[in-house]
Design a binder for this molecule. Structure first.
Ligand code: NDP
Length: 350
């Protein structure tokens, strides 16, 4: 395969890149600057230029932004579009979330249709944020989300809301909807697979490339700040309730590979939640205390036997991904402990 991967330097995308490279495919990683391409090249320096090259697209909202990077010999057959704003510490305005998500998605699909007719499949990194109704609260019986669900947020709400979580949910919903509309209306040579992961946890591909704790990926930072940062002790309180449904970043990367390879995946979206995907801070704390000796003395203790989500909390099913993609999910102990072992070093990099 010859693959174009956008947002290639991202937390998730580095694992996607590794999954494709380890499987022997050839990838062009697209990033926003040459400096980011150089950093990625050094992380993946064991791969030859024939297997890994780079493209720079400074602004994905510009019409035709992807035209040049899509020209390749050998030509591309697969595009993985993962670039999208997901950092509440870096992006602060509504349009900073909405525009790149939606215009980036429609822009790349248009460019593929016009300039890369050999592409047969596009894999879109969407999100559980496009699925979950953030305002629904607890219900009896608990809501179990699946691929038929879409969050109810409207574009008008997203433009004016001061809740950036809601704005992010809208950015992912409208980006994914735009992609489905595009393949329906434009009938391009490619089909589409959308992957909808909830909170993504697990180790960074290369922790030495992240200088400071403040630069940790958005989805890892929450566990660091709540359970692993310096200054915490066993008596500190644990945020009640859940972290979120979650998936391991390595399982998600493998899903991106399977999504390109499994013919029956075409035209579908997949909710990718770990088998025991209900992760609470208490449960994560229990795992860190048991499995990461360097953290055992400082992780808040909380109430170790109260590790379940609160009654009525929503759930989700990864059954379709297991069935169609053949994806398996690793155990939470492995995800949290591997992540925790890395977080130890960040305590000195505050
Ligand atoms: P990162 O912030 O680590 O990666 C995001 C990537 O998108 C980076 O390459 C970043 O480039 C790029 N990007 C961000 N904003 C823009 C923009 N305005 N224009 C162009 N590129 C941009 O986040 P993740 O790896 O966690 O997220 C990757 C994808 O996965 C996103 O689509 C996100 O919505 C989705 N996702 C993430 C989840 C999670 O829990 N982590 C859960 C569900 C979905 P740069 O480095 O230059 O900023």
């Amino acid at each position: 395969r010859r693959v174009l991967l956008t947002g290639a330097n991202g937390f998730i995308a580095q694992h996607i890149l590794a999954a494709y490279l380890e499987d022997g495919h050839s990838v062009r990683g697209v990033v926003r600057s040459q400096a980011k391409a150089d950093q990625l090249a050094s992380i993946f320096s064991k791969y030859p230029a024939s297997q890994l090259d780079f493209g720079v697209v400074p602004d994905i909202t510009t019409p035709g932004a992807f035209d040049e990077v899509l020209k390749s010999s050998p030509p591309f057959d697969t595009v993985v579009h993962s670039a999208s704003p997901f950092n509440f510490r870096k992006n602060s305005s509504n349009l900073e979330f909405l525009d790149p998500a939606v215009k980036g998605t429609t822009g790349i699909l248009k460019s593929i249709k016009a300039h890369a007719p050999t592409v047969r499949r596009v894999v879109l990194t969407s999100s559980f944020a496009a699925i979950v109704n953030g305002g629904a609260g607890k219900t009896n019986p608990p809501k179990v989300y699946d691929e038929s669900d879409w969050n109810p947020v409207t574009w008008e709400q997203a433009l004016v809301s001061e809740n950036m979580g809601l704005v992010y949910q809208a950015s992912k919903k409208y980006a994914e909807k735009a992609a489905w509309d595009f393949v329906r209306d434009e009938r391009p040579n490619f089909d589409l697979v959308a992957l909808n992961p909830p909170l993504v946890l697990g180790p960074l591909y290369d922790p030495s490339a992240v200088a400071r704790a403040a630069d940790l990926p958005e989805s890892v930072f929450g566990i660091y700040a709540s359970l692993a940062r310096p200054g915490l002790g066993p008596a500190d309180p644990i945020v009640p309730g859940r972290v979120h449904l979650y998936v391991d970043v390595r399982d998600l990367a493998r899903a991106h590979l399977l999504a390109a390879e499994v013919p029956a995946a075409g035209g579908r979206r997949f909710l990718l939640t770990a088998e025991q995907g209900n992760m609470t801070y208490q449960r994560a704390a229990n795992i860190l205390r048991e499995r990461v000796p360097e953290l055992a003395a400082t992780v808040p203790r909380g109430e170790p036997d109260q590790a379940q989500p609160e009654e009525g909390s929503y759930d989700g099913s990864g059954a379709l991904a297991r069935e169609v993609l053949g994806l398996t999910f690793r155990a939470p102990e492995e995800t949290i402990a591997d992540m925790g072992r890395q977080l130890v070093a960040f305590r000195e990099r505050a």
